[in-house]
Design a protein around this ligand. Structure first.
Ligand code: XMP
Length: 511
C-alpha cells in the first residue's frame, strides 16, 4: 500500500492534512518530526512527505528542525507554511520577517499553472494564509511558482529533486483549489495509487485477525460508543465466539440505552455479551460526592474494578481488544497542555489486568473512517452516527451529588429533548445535544399553586473536533416544545434554560 508521511512540526492542521490525503484513498500517517529518523523514513518507503506548518520562526533556536539530508533522500516533499520556510532554510535560502509582509486570511495567490503542482488551476485563486515570516530568497536549484502582492515566493519548487513548497495552506477549505493542489502532489508528483479503501480494510482486518487470534480467548470492554462497537463487530466477524464483550452498565447511561446495547450486540449480532448491572456499586461509591474531578476518578476506578472482577470469572484470557483510534495515537507537536478534565475511557485497563497481548484494530483510522467501517459491517445507522457520550455518563450532567432519583429525572428530560430534536429533523445541524440537571431550584406556578422545583439546562453544540465549539442555533420551536414537554411530563422540573455559551470559554459538558 502506498503511504504518505505527514511530518509534524507543530502545525494546528496536521490531522487535516492526513485526512485530506486519506479522503483520496491514499494512506497517510502523521509522525512528530522528533520521533522518526531519516533511516526509518527511507525504510518505510513513503511515496511522499508533507512538512506541516508550525508556530515558530526557523531562526528561533527552539524551533523544530530536521536533518537536511531528507531533501536528498529521493522522496518527493511538499512543505506547507512553516514546512515551506524550513525547506528553504535547509537548502540555504533566506527567510525574513517583516511586519508589513505578514498575511492572514483569504489572499489572492498567482500560480504558475504550467507547473505540475498547479495543474488544472487558474492563473490566480484565493488561498488561506497565516504567516509573518516569508521566504525572501529561494535556494539554489529552486524556482518560483507562485506569488502574492506581498509575498514574492508563495510557492517554489526544485523539479529535479521533486521538492515543492507553498506558503499558504492547501488543506483548509478556504483555499479554493487546495484539494486540486494536494492531489497534484499525491498523484502527479508522488504517483500514488488509490489503495486505501474501507472495504479492503474490513476484509483484510478480518483475515488478519482470523489468523493471528486463532484459538485465543479475546476480551473487549463494550461501551456502546461508536469505536468499541465497531471494534466488537469487526472482531466478532473474525473470531466469532472466541470474543467475549463485557458491557459495564454503571447506571449512568441515557434512557433505555443499556437495553439497546444488549439487544443490538447480543441478540442482533449474536456476540457473546456479558452485561454487568453495576448501578448499585457505582451509586454507592458516588453517594454524596459533588466535586466533578472526584466523580470522574471514582467512576474510572470503579469501572476497572468491575471489569477486573468479570475478567477473573472468565478464566484465562489471552488478548484484550481496545477501541483506540488514530487521533488518540498521534503525538502532537504542541508540547504539553493543561488537564482541563480527566477523560475516562478504558485506556487504563492493561495496567491492572494482565494480558499477553493488546489488539487495537482501529488505531490507524480517523473517526469518519471508523464510521465507514461500521457501515460496511452492517451496524445500525443510529449507532454508527451516534453523538459522543462521555465515559462517566450522566454523572457529569447531574450537577452536585448523584442519586437515582436525579438520574431518572435527567434521563426523562434528556429523552424528550432528543426526541424533539429528531422530530424536527435537526439532528444533522448539531454535533452533540443533551440535557443537564442543575442543583438550582426556582419558584414556579402550576395551576394556582406555587411550585419549587429543579432547573434543566438544554445544551447543543456545533463543532468539528470538540476542541472548540459553537452553541447551536436550534430552531426556537424545538426549544419551545422541549421546554413545554419537560415541564409538563417530568416531575419536579419547573424551569428549562438553554445554554448559549461557546467553548472556549465554557466546555461542552458542565462538569
Ligand atoms: P468537554 O466537556 O471537555 O467535552 O468540552 C469535549 C467532548 O468530550 C466528551 N467528554 C468525554 N468523553 N470521557 C469521554 O469519553 C470523558 O470523561 C469525557 N468528558 C467529556 C464530551 O461529551 C464532548 O463530546
Amino acid at each position: 500500500m502506498d503511504k504518505i508521511l505527514v511530518l509534524d512540526f507543530g502545525g494546528q492542521y496536521n490531522q487535516l492534512i492526513a485526512r485530506r490525503v486519506r479522503e483520496e484513498h491514499v494512506y497517510a500517517e502523521i509522525k512528530l518530526f522528533s520521533k522518526i529518523t531519516i533511516d526509518e523514513i527511507k525504510n518505510i518507503g513513503y511515496k511522499g512527505i508533507i512538512f506541516t506548518g508550525g508556530p515558530n520562526s526557523v531562526y528561533d533556536p527552539k524551533s523544530p528542525h530536521y536533518d537536511p539530508a531528507i531533501l536528498d533522500a529521493g522522496i518527493p516533499i511538499l512543505g506547507i507554511c512553516y514546512g515551506d520556510q524550513l525547506m528553504a532554510f535547509m537548502a540555504d535560502g533566506k527567510v525574513s520577517s517583516a511586519e508589513n509582509s505578514s498575511e492572514y486570511g483569504k489572499t489572492e495567490v498567482f500560480f504558475d499553472n504550467t507547473n505540475v503542482l498547479f495543474k488544472d488551476t487558474p492563473n490566480s485563486s484565493i488561498c488561506w494564509m497565516s504567516h509573518t515570516d516569508y521566504i525572501s530568497t529561494i535556494p539554489e536549484g529552486f524556482k518560483k511558482i507562485a506569488h502574492t502582492e506581498k509575498c514574492p515566493f508563495a510557492g517554489m519548487c526544485n523539479e529535479e529533486k521533486k521538492l515543492f513548497g507553498v506558503q499558504f495552506h492547501p488543506e483548509v477549505t478556504h483555499t479554493v483549489f487546495g484539494k486540486q493542489i494536494l492531489n497534484n502532489f499525491i498523484f502527479e508528483v508522488c504517483k500514488c495509487n488509490k489503495d486505501w479503501k474501507m472495504e479492503n480494510f474490513v476484509e483484510s482486518s478480518i483475515e488478519k485477525y482470523k489468523k493471528e487470534l486463532a484459538g485465543k480467548k479475546v476480551l473487549l470492554a463494550l461501551s456502546g460508543g461508536v469505536d468499541s462497537s465497531v471494534a466488537a463487530v469487526l472482531l466478532h466477524k473474525a473470531i466469532g465466539q472466541n470474543l467475549t464483550c463485557v458491557f459495564v452498565d454503571h447506571g449512568l447511561l441515557r434512557k433505555n440505552e443499556g437495553d439497546f446495547v444488549e439487544k443490538t450486540f447480543g441478540t442482533g449480532f449474536g456476540i457473546n455479551l456479558i452485561r454487568v448491572n453495576a448501578e448499585d456499586r457505582f451509586l454507592s461509591k458516588l453517594a454524596g460526592v459533588t466535586e466533578p474531578e472526584k466523580k470522574r476518578k471514582i467512576i474510572g476506578e470503579e469501572f476497572i474494578r468491575v471489569f477486573e472482577d468479570e475478567a477473573k470469572k472468565l478464566g484465562k484470557i489471552n488478548v484484550l481488544v481496545q477501541g483506540t483510534i488514530y487521533p488518540d495515537v498521534i503525538e502532537s507537536g504542541n508540547g504539553t497542555s493543561a488537564v482541563i478534565k480527566s477523560h475516562h475511557n478504558v485506556g487504563g485497563l492493561p495496567d491492572v489486568i494482565s494480558f499477553e497481548e493488546i489488539v487495537e484494530p482501529l488505531r490507524d483510522l480517523f473517526k469518519d473512517e471508523v464510521r465507514e467501517v461500521g457501515t460496511q459491517l452492517g451496524i445500525p445507522y443510529e449507532l454508527v452516527w451516534r453523538q459522543p457520550f462521555p465515559g462517566p455518563g450522566l454523572a457529569v450532567r447531574v450537577i452536585g451529588d448523584i442519586t437515582k432519583e436525579k438520574l431518572d429525572i435527567l434521563r426523562d428530560a434528556d429523552a424528550i429533548f432528543r426526541e424533539e430534536v429528531a422530530n424536527a429533523g435537526a439532528e444533522k445541524s448539531t454535533n452533540q445535544y443533551f440535557a443537564v440537571l442543575t442543583d438550582v431550584k426556582s419558584v414556579g406556578v402550576m395551576g394556582d399553586a406555587r411550585t419549587y422545583g429543579r432547573t434543566i439546562v438544554l445544551r447543543a453544540v456545533t463543532t468539528d473536533d470538540f476542541m472548540t465549539a459553537e452553541w447551536t442555533r436550534l430552531p426556537f420551536e424545538v426549544l419551545e416544545r422541549s421546554s413545554s414537554r419537560i415541564t409538563n411530563e417530568v416531575k419536579g422540573i419547573t424551569r428549562v434554560v438553554y445554554d448559549i455559551t461557546s467553548k472556549p470559554p465554557a466546555t461542552v459538558e458542565w462538569e
